[in-house]
Design a protein around this ligand. Structure first.
Ligand code: ADP
Ligand code: ZN
Length: 526
């Protein structure tokens, strides 16, 4: 390869070798880079760890002018600027913590053309101050990182991103790139529309992460289950996600008491402590970071060996994103989740009580159900996850719990009819706990008071244990035969599709429960 192209600029491959010390581009990186170097706009949808940063950094270094990178988090900018400086690249970040002197220095470097990269926050980019600052400065490209933040369909909506649509008019002729690891069709379309990237080339690649082993279990004794999972990972670092700040604190303390080095991380913590915990996680070899989803975006720790979820995320996208933080180095990594009906009810309530428009709430509920269906599938988890992103996979991946230890299924039509009848006969006003009491024929305050003990369905499910009924209700929910009414304290209601079950027009097969006290699938297999 010639070091310099015909017009005298350094070629992308030469920049890759000289600046980063890497011998070759990976996957579709080379295509993206060459498209942008020649002035094209691009939408880059690559999974975490695929190497999106080089997709904008290399072309920025090949083109004349400064590369402007829009990034949502100051911590993330700081890390990237540090990394670039370490490579001998001239980079700076514009943010509110700058002193007057630092600001003046950046302006001077810009005016002299002595800056390769300028990182900015989205809220600053479309301001008159920024436009004025960039007057007469040559811009190599705009890279909009974490571009899914522009979309309300995404899991991390930031209204400031909407302003970035103005960049085309403000800076005509400068190539623009949007990059994200979120690839569902809704988000993708939104990015293209909101950022005015209709003419951009869209680059995607497989979202499969073959080195990640998936495991999803029913929550039973969560702390003991977590401890067993962590015992498979002595000597390595990982993340345990919890939904609430309080739970993060509790679990971190408890793990520490169990002799596992663990630190908490959530947005409500003192800034300095939080940053210190993050730094410890990045540096140490054996540390369990217990965190809310506030932790993770832009974290580049290649050797995260495991990610555990003690609560169900809100969507397949979020689950994929969070689990995707494991194994960026390509080495085998385990992700594990414990979930139960309570999650479904809690998540549903969060959606219902949220501020979003009805249309968005409908999509959010559908997203939650899609994740639930992956939790309840008797098939290959990887296949189910990829299918959600519109990608086909033959199944039998050999690296998820259902493949390593196939789940048995049973003909559940009779049980389904009983469960649905219990919902219907009691007026679609009760949650699973009461419905199971009815099915088992438990005479207690509530069943007596509501006169449910006299119904034919009372005790009709005595032959099946309570735990199995719980799983039946979850699977009916995952299959869309019932829904949870969050305005009525989690009461189950029938969907239109339940009719076909009553009429015995459909096949209903359920997963058989696994003994949750036994060793987890991978532990048993290895
Ligand atoms: P993403 O942003 O897509 O999650 P990063 O840009 O952080 O991924 O890259 C992930 C890791 O892969 C980084 O450590 C990066 O240096 C490395 N990497 C990216 N491209 C290459 C390449 N062509 N050759 C070697 N390593 C690479
Ligand atoms: Zn599989």
């Amino acid at each position: 390869d010639p070091l310099f192209s015909a017009h005298g600029r350094e070629t992308p491959l030469s920049v890759l070798k000289r600046v980063y010390g890497y011998p070759a581009f990976r996957g579709r990186q080379a295509e993206v880079v060459s498209h942008v170097v020649s002035g094209g706009d691009a939408v880059v949808l690559f999974p975490t760890g695929a190497g999106k940063s080089l997709c904008f950094q290399v072309p920025a270094l090949c083109r004349p002018g400064v590369g402007v990178v829009v990034s949502p988090l100051i911590a993330l900018m700081r890390d990237q600027v540090q990394a670039l400086k370490g490579l001998g690249v001239r980079a700076a970040a514009l943010n509110s913590t700058l002193s007057k002197d630092e600001y003046v220095e950046i302006r001077r470097a810009l005016d002299r053309g002595e800056l390769d990269f300028l990182y900015v926050t989205p809220e600053r980019t479309a301001t008159p101050g920024f436009v004025e600052m960039m007057q007469g400065v040559e811009i190599a490209l705009f890279a909009i990182d974490e571009a899914h933040c522009v979309s309300q369909w995404g899991h991390d909506f930031r209204p400031e991103y909407r302003e970035l649509g103005k960049l085309t008019d403000l800076f005509p002729g400068v190539p623009r790139m949007a990059l994200t690891a979120t690839a569902d069709p809704h988000t993708r379309d939104d990015i293209i529309e909101r950022l005015g990237l209709e003419n951009a080339e869209v680059f995607t690649t497989s979202f499969d992460r073959p080195n990640i082993a998936y495991e999803i279990v029913e929550r039973d004794q969560p702390r003991q289950q977590l401890l067993r999972f962590l015992s498979r990972h002595k000597g390595s670092s990982g993340i345990v996600y919890c939904l609430s700040r309080a739970k993060v604190e509790e679990i971190a303390t408890w793990l520490d008491d169990q002799g596992i080095r663990a630190l908490p991380y959530h947005a409500g913590m003192d800034r300095a402590v939080r940053d210190a915990n993050q730094d410890a996680f990045l540096k140490e070899e054996e540390l369990c970071l217990v965190a809310t989803v506030a932790f993770g975006m832009g974290i580049d720790k290649p050797n995260v060996r495991y990610v555990a979820h003690l609560d169900l995320p809100g969507s397949v996208e979020a689950y994929y994103q969070e689990t995707g933080r494991a194994g960026r180095d390509g080495l085998p990594s385990d992700v594990w989740m414990a979930y139960g009906m309570a999650d479904v009810i809690q998540r549903g309530r969060m959606i219902d009580e949220g501020q979003a428009a009805d249309e968005i709430k409908r999509v959010e509920r559908a997203k939650l159900n899609a994740l639930l269906a992956i939790c309840e599938t008797p098939g290959c988890r990887r296949q189910a996850i990829l299918k959600h992103f519109g990608e086909s996979h033959a199944g039998n991946c050999g690296n998820c719990d259902t493949c390593l230890k196939p789940v048995e299924t049973w003909d559940g039509l009779d049980a389904a009819i009983k469960a649905l009848a219990a919902i219907y006969r009691t007026g679609e006003r009760f949650g699973t706990g009461h419905l199971i009491d009815v099915l088992l024929g438990n005479e207690n305050d509530k069943t007596v008071r509501f006169g449910h003990t006299d119904m034919p369905v009372f005790g009709a499910g005595k032959d099946v244990p309570a735990k199995t009924w719980q799983s039946v209700f979850r699977q009916l929910l995952a299959a869309g035969y019932v829904r949870v009414d969050h305005t009525a304290f989690g009461a189950l209601k029938l969907e239109e599709t339940a009719r076909a079950v009553f009429k015995r027009e459909v096949d209903v097969r359920f997963r058989k429960d696994r003994p949750t006290t036994g060793k987890a699938a991978r532990g048993a297999a290895s």
